[in-house]
Ligand binder design. Structure first.
Ligand SMILES: Cc1ncc(C[n+]2csc(CCOP(=O)(O)OP(=O)(O)O)c2C)c(N)n1
Length: 351
């Protein structure tokens, strides 16, 4: 049995050796050779392995711990320790914040914001809450058929929008009207959409809260949870192909991260090096389904690394931390053409 196993190990050694000797397109008895995946290569390697290793008197004194598996994607070190990777790290990923519970800075290390911008962030947060209150009551009174609020998520709406540039494309879920508000959509324009009147840009064909605006690079909200994620990746890839100095940002909830579209989107973004910011509003519930019924991972942030994507967890009640994190994520997306995952922990207050 041991001999059988030792044969299979020799195959790996030989594969590495052949790889060093042959150029990727070298002609062999089997035609043009793609070294790593040619279907006939295994038998070809096997024949010569035996002879070569038998001739090598040093073979049995190799330090196996310093050997590596030269595998597609990079070298893998060997170990004889049976280590099953635990399901989660010992400690949960820390949450980035720069303000304490009373709103005072706990560090000087955050993005510097001009007073004018800071004031607009604050004003828009208050406006968003006021708008929500009025439209929510209108819905309760039966004046409009549908409405969702952002109470508790004002900072993540407005501060994330403030950290972007106007050329960046927004792929929203349904809880980010604040991003549109930041870009200049008026309360009257919101009302036109909610009432589905002739001034609504969708001409009343959509449900209330399904805002969209060409002028503001705000892609129309879709009811179908998470379909905006792969779309944002495709659009980001197009921006990169056109050498645009811009990225896309896609908003979704923890519920959105429980869909297949989330996983497909992250994988495509990583492989295509798409300049996209995945912005997950983790408020602990997919409407009413708690995250404990959705997944067993440490939130959403840890899923980034599984796809080879940089990621950060941020306090959603800290507008300055959200602004700083999104500004940094945008730099990575636009300058390095890499996707970034931002998980924002927040509390949504529902009546
Ligand atoms: C594809 C699809 N499946 C199910 C639904 C029903 N649905 C509407 S909202 C929602 C939960 C979304 O949760 P999350 O993304 O966390 O957003 P939030 O809780 O902040 O509203 C679900 C399942 C839907 N709209 N689309």
């Amino acid at each position: 049995m041991a001999m059988l196993f030792s044969k299979s190990r020799k195959l790996i050694n030989l594969k590495t050796k052949i790889g060093l000797l042959l150029s990727p397109n070298m002609t062999t008895p089997f035609g043009i050779l793609g070294l790593n995946n040619h279907p006939h290569l295994a038998s070809f390697r096997f024949e010569s392995t035996k002879a070569q290793i038998q001739l090598n008197p040093m073979h049995n004194i190799i330090d196996h711990h310093s050997q590596v598996l030269n595998f597609p994607g990079g070298e893998v070190k060997f170990t004889s320790n049976l280590n099953i990777i635990p399901e989660t790290a010992e400690e949960r990923v820390h949450c980035y914040r720069v303000l304490d519970d009373d709103g005072y800075p706990i560090t000087n290390d955050f993005a510097q914001i001009e007073k004018e911008v800071a004031l607009k962030i604050y004003t828009d947060m208050v406006t968003l809450q006021t708008m929500d209150t009025i439209f929510y009551e209108a819905q309760r009174q039966g004046r409009i058929s549908f409405y969702v609020t952002t109470l508790g998520e004002e900072a993540i709406n407005i501060a994330s929008a403030a950290a972007l540039k106007t050329d960046d494309f927004i792929f929203p879920q349904y809880r980010e009207p604040g991003v549109l508000l930041w870009r200049g959509f008026t309360i009257q324009e919101f009302a036109h959409q909610l009432f589905g009147n002739k001034n609504d840009y969708g001409k009343g064909r959509q449900m209330p809260i399904h805002y969209g605006s060409n002028k503001h690079n705000y892609i129309t909200v879709a009811s179908t949870v998470a379909t905006q994620l792969p779309q944002a990746v495709g659009a980001a890839y197009a921006l990169k192909m056109d050498a645009k100095n811009a990225c896309t940002i896609v908003y979704f909830g923890d519920g959105g991260s429980s869909t297949g579209d989330f996983h497909a989107a992250l994988n495509f973004a990583a492989v295509l090096d798409a300049p996209v910011i995945f912005f997950c509003r983790n408020n602990g519930f997919a409407i009413s389904t708690p995250v404990t019924d959705q997944f067993r991972s440490d939130g959403v942030v840890t899923k980034g690394q599984g796809y080879g994507i940089r990621s950060i967890r941020v306090d959603g009640n800290d507008a300055l931390a959200v602004f700083t994190a999104v500004q940094e994520a945008r730099k990575i997306a636009v300058n390095e053409h890499k996707p970034v995952l931002v998980e924002v922990n927040c509390t949504l207050f529902l009546d």
